[in-house]
Design a protein around this ligand. Structure first.
Ligand code: DP6
Length: 391
């Protein structure tokens, strides 16, 4: 039996933004998707969740989770599924090696922090569940690969399975009922195409829209367009996107990214009652990207939107001036530009009305780039007595 010691492991995990979107579940309990998807993992210098997972017989008997200093409910089916799966892998390990401390049945204490404002409405559940699963797997010293762990993180939040890898990541939908083949795999590491940049325009939404979990359920139940998307559009975009990434072909990458975002938001509009995630500010961002590409005479910038109005604009480093510089020229003074040295460029060729809508509706920018998967760290969020560090 384990004594009073505190066992712990800490990790950081990244956010990912899909370029081929996951939207629709064939099994809501296991989070099995109706189509495969692909994402780009973003740098943890700008967006990450830091998590410490600990267990000890001296902790109170309930598992606990603290996020940004506020206690979270751990009784939900998703968190419970992750705890159960990881505990069962640890107990199998303990059964096969009697020298290992029996820690699988000890209460868990999870402490997490995001380095970005939660209010920004950026998909934080992906980084959150990826960090939770990776930290507990490290605590339990599981010999599990990122792909094996993706099967567990997927049950926390579908998109979280892709945050177990850095770079360019595919979530293969799989066909089995038990979900054992619905897994994330690396398409290419960040080092294969390190010049990918992302400019995020954080749009101040008045109220929270429909959550992705419930939104996609209503889409599956009511949209006829959805079936065509899942059967025809996404399989085509999947293979085109993999080719584009392998060949580092930005024009192709950008075209598929934008068409994917448009296809996803079209099935949202075709949902009954319709779901609108894009607002006028989002549409102004689309207009500005179109103007930038028109001026360049080719696709050098690509927009994509998830279940909210924030715009993510992908571009290559060599086009920093023509993309981020021009947007900075139009949106001078916003919070976030100071994080990178970007020179403002003349924004005169952008649609003046679109620029005004962006000025009124964008609250801050985040400049980031493709990045690495989860990183183990010695930096613990617990004090020596096992209590969460006071912030
Ligand atoms: C639009 O992964 O948040 O961002 O599995 O219900 O937790 P759950 O949904 P979630 O959905 C993300 C949807 C998306 C597209 C994507 O990331 O692929």
């Amino acid at each position: 039996m384990a004594g009073q010691e505190i066992y712990q492991a800490s990790t950081t995990a990244p956010v990912n933004i899909a370029v081929v979107k996951y939207w629709g579940k064939r099994d809501p309990k296991l989070n099995l998707p109706t189509n495969s998807s692909i994402s780009v993992t973003l740098s943890q210098s700008d967006l990450r969740t830091h998590t410490t997972a600990a267990c000890s017989s001296k902790f109170p008997s309930e598992d606990t989770l603290l996020l940004n200093s506020s206690p979270q409910d751990t009784s939900g089916a998703r968190t419970q599924a992750c705890f159960r799966e990881l505990r069962s892998l640890r107990s199998a390990l303990e059964a096969s090696d009697f020298s290992l401390p029996k820690i699988s049945s000890l209460p868990l204490r999870i402490v997490s922090e995001n380095n970005f404002p939660t209010a920004a409405g950026l998909a934080s559940s992906a980084a959150g569940f990826a960090a939770l699963v990776r930290a507990i797997a490290d605590l339990y010293q599981l010999p599990a690969s990122p792909t094996e762990l993706s099967r567990i993180a997927r049950q926390g939040s579908g998109s979280a399975c892709r945050s177990l890898f850095g770079g360019y990541v595919a979530w293969q939908m799989g066909t089995k009922d038990d979900g054992s083949d619905s897994l994330a795999v690396e398409v290419a590491p960040a080092s294969h195409w390190p010049t990918m940049r992302a400019l995020i325009l954080v749009v101040s939404a008045e109220k929270k829209g429909v959550s992705s979990t419930s939104g996609m359920q209503i889409t599956v139940a009511t949209s006829e367009l959805f079936q065509r998307r899942a059967e025809v559009v996404v399989p085509k975009h999947m293979s085109e996107m993999e080719e584009a990434i392998k060949a580092k072909d930005f024009e192709k990458f950008g075209k598929v990214t934008m068409m994917e975002s448009n296809s996803f938001h079209s099935v949202c509009s075709d949902t009954f009652p319709p779901i609108f995630y894009l607002n006028d500010v989002s549409k102004a961002a689309i207009r500005v990207v179109e103007d930038i590409n028109k001026k360049a005479g080719k696709i050098i910038a690509a927009y994509t939107f998830d279940a909210g109005p924030n715009a993510v604009i992908y571009y290559e480093e060599e086009n920093t001036a023509a993309v981020a510089g021009v947007v900075k020229g139009a949106l001078e003074g916003l919070d976030g530009w100071q994080s990178r040295e970007i020179e403002s460029q003349d924004a005169g060729n952008l649609d003046a009305r679109a620029v005004q809508v962006l000025k009124d509706g964008v609250s801050r920018v985040i400049l980031t780039q493709v990045g690495e998967g989860p990183i183990s760290t010695k930096d613990s969020l617990l004090a020596a007595d096992g209590e969460a560090l006071k912030k």
